[in-house]
Design a protein around this ligand. Structure first.
Ligand code: HEM
Length: 501
């Protein structure tokens, strides 16, 4: 079946834009008290879509619901039950917490919000504004909440760190390129090499994904959409698609212990400034200014925009021993940029040799699966006051105030995309054949079964022997989080038109 051309007017803007031009933002966590009033309010809400405007907007509003929120506003259980299991059970479910590393100090019971069904919001309003404009917009929105049948349960205010995350690294560099126009063939044949152009269905429900299939989602009989608001399902004629042009939004409030981070690194290198920075960069896998540590590949990577080439135009095949970018570095875990077959795929003969298992085994052979099934669109923003490196060290690693990342990512399949990256790659103690390690930036350092230590980081050396850093403390604490659904604009209209008690 052919892709229909995307209707940007039906997609919330955040899917297409990171709203970098609207650097002030806050997220209102809301409870629905009166579903009827909330539906009327939703009718009047001016939610920004993804259509390109001739003059960029000075404000954008987005709205996302938790599963309990969709039920509360009136979506029938028959429809809501068809959402994915992880969205229905929530981020705080016990076995999920273990897989995500949300244990010990990061356990959901310790969270400020989202840690159980009682402190999980029904919906989240996301406000983005130009400089100086947020406060007034926020106040006006908050003032109108009670007449809208809503109660404010929390307000997460972000801060503009100027494109740098609180440890001081340039952020938001590597993103998949969404295949809005359906250029990808999705027949599996052109997908043995790493590419950055990713099927629309990986980020928007109701479209074909990297398997060439449609992700399961709530479909309705025509009778359940008497006003004809929803689109017909592309793959199931005769059914209406509630989730069409919507996506799952994962939100995690991650406190960053900036003082602890820089003090630990400083102690490791005996106070040598440039060595300290070098060690931090090895842990991230990029220089603080964003340059990738792995060597740039000379051949173009499909789907990487030319202006991002310098920063993103590489795979790790040019660094097979991890001597430039360690195997355990954050970006190498988060996106190993591997091909399906070990040691590259060029040439039919060499492909056959490797498929039959006669080729030399390189690092890529250990990877679990092709990376194209595990990409996310990152839309996070920082919060708190910046803490410069020197101040962080001067204070002996002690910090005043809280700072960190409102980590936000969008994906059509939470378990295969976000949870896989977080659980199988970032948190894994056996990633790429390593032992006693987890992600050097976000690892929780908690013991896991058969691995009492997870607090090391090894740095392969050209001379052969690895350098190993041990006793790394946790640099991140999870403070809150939830799984949301960011509906398409039509689905929002459908929700606001429901007539139930
Ligand atoms: C406070 C926590 C975190 C910090 C400080 C952090 C920092 C960074 C930095 C500095 C980069 C490189 C710049 C870029 O490509 O944008 C990066 C890349 C990335 N991070 Fe994180 N990150 C954090 C949490 C996470 C989490 C929780 C995930 C996913 C579960 C994640 C997934 C990624 C991905 C997918 C990339 C891009 C890798 C690539 O394609 O090369 N990060 N992060």
């Amino acid at each position: 079946m052919k892709h229909s051309k995307i209707d940007f007017k039906d997609v919330q803007g955040l899917v297409r834009y990171g709203y970098g031009r609207l650097p002030e933002s806050c997220f209102l966590l809301l409870e629905i008290i009166s579903p009827r009033a909330a539906r009327d309010w939703l009718k009047t809400l001016d939610v920004a879509d993804a259509e390109e405007l001739s003059t960029p907007p000075d404000f954008a509003l987005q709205v996302a619901f938790t599963h309990s929120g969709l039920r509360k506003i009136g979506l029938s259980s028959e429809i809501a039950d068809q959402f994915s299991q992880e969205f229905k059970t929530g981020i705080y479910e016990e076995s999920r917490s273990k897989r995500l590393g949300d244990v010990g100090e990061n356990a959901p019971r310790e969270w400020q919000w989202g840690g159980d069904s009682d402190n999980t919001p029904h919906l989240m309003l996301m406000l983005y504004s130009v400089k100086g404009g947020l406060e007034a917009r926020k106040n006006a929105t908050v003032d109108g909440l009670s007449s809208a049948g809503l109660a404010l349960r929390g307000c997460l205010t972000s801060a503009d760190f100027g494109g740098v995350e609180p440890f001081g690294f340039k952020d938001g560099i590597s993103q998949p390129t969404v295949d809005w126009d359906g250029k990808r063939k999705l027949d599996g044949r052109d997908e043995l090499e790493y590419g950055n152009l990713v099927a629309l269905g990986e980020f928007l429900l109701g479209h074909r994904n990297e398997y060439g299939k449609y992700t399961d989602r709530p479909l309705l009989d025509l009778a359940n959409d008497p006003r004809g608001i929803l689109a017909e399902a592309e793959d199931k004629p005769g059914k209406k698609d509630f989730a069409f042009n919507g996506t799952y939004l994962v939100f995690r409030q991650l406190q960053q212990h900036v003082g602890r981070f820089w003090k630990f690194l400083d102690d490791q290198v005996g106070g040598d400034r440039s060595e300290r920075q070098r060690l931090a960069e090895l842990m991230v896998g990029r220089k603080m200014g964003g340059e990738a540590l792995a060597v740039k590949s000379s051949s173009p990577i499909p789907g990487i925009d030319s202006d991002k080439r310098d920063a993103n135009q590489f795979t790790f095949s040019s660094d097979p021993d991890g001597t430039r970018c360690p195997f355990g570095a954050h970006v190498r875990r988060a996106n190993p940029r591997n091909a399906d077959l070990p040691d590259g795929t060029r040439g039919l003969l060499s492909k056959l040799i490797r498929t039959l298992g006669f080729g030399g085994k390189g690092f890529r052979g250990d990877l679990i699966s092709s990376v194209r099934f595990h990409r996310i669109l990152r839309r996070g923003v920082e919060y708190g006051e910046p803490l410069p490196v020197n101040d962080a060290i001067k204070n002996g690693g002690n910090e005043i105030g809280e700072r960190g990342l409102h980590f936000i990512c969008l994906n059509a399949n939470i378990s295969r995309q976000f949870e896989f990256i977080q659980g199988a790659w970032l948190s894994s103690t056996k990633f790429d054949g390593m032992t006693e390690e987890s992600d050097p930036i976000i690892g929780n350092r908690e013991a896991v079964s058969e691995c009492p230590f997870t607090n090391s980081f090894s740095i392969p050396q050209e001379a052969g022997l690895r350098r190993r850093i041990s006793g790394i403390p946790a640099f991140i604490t999870v403070r809150g989080g939830s799984y949301f659904f960011l509906p398409g604009i039509r689905a929002l209209r459908y929700l606001s038109s429901l007539e139930t008690d």
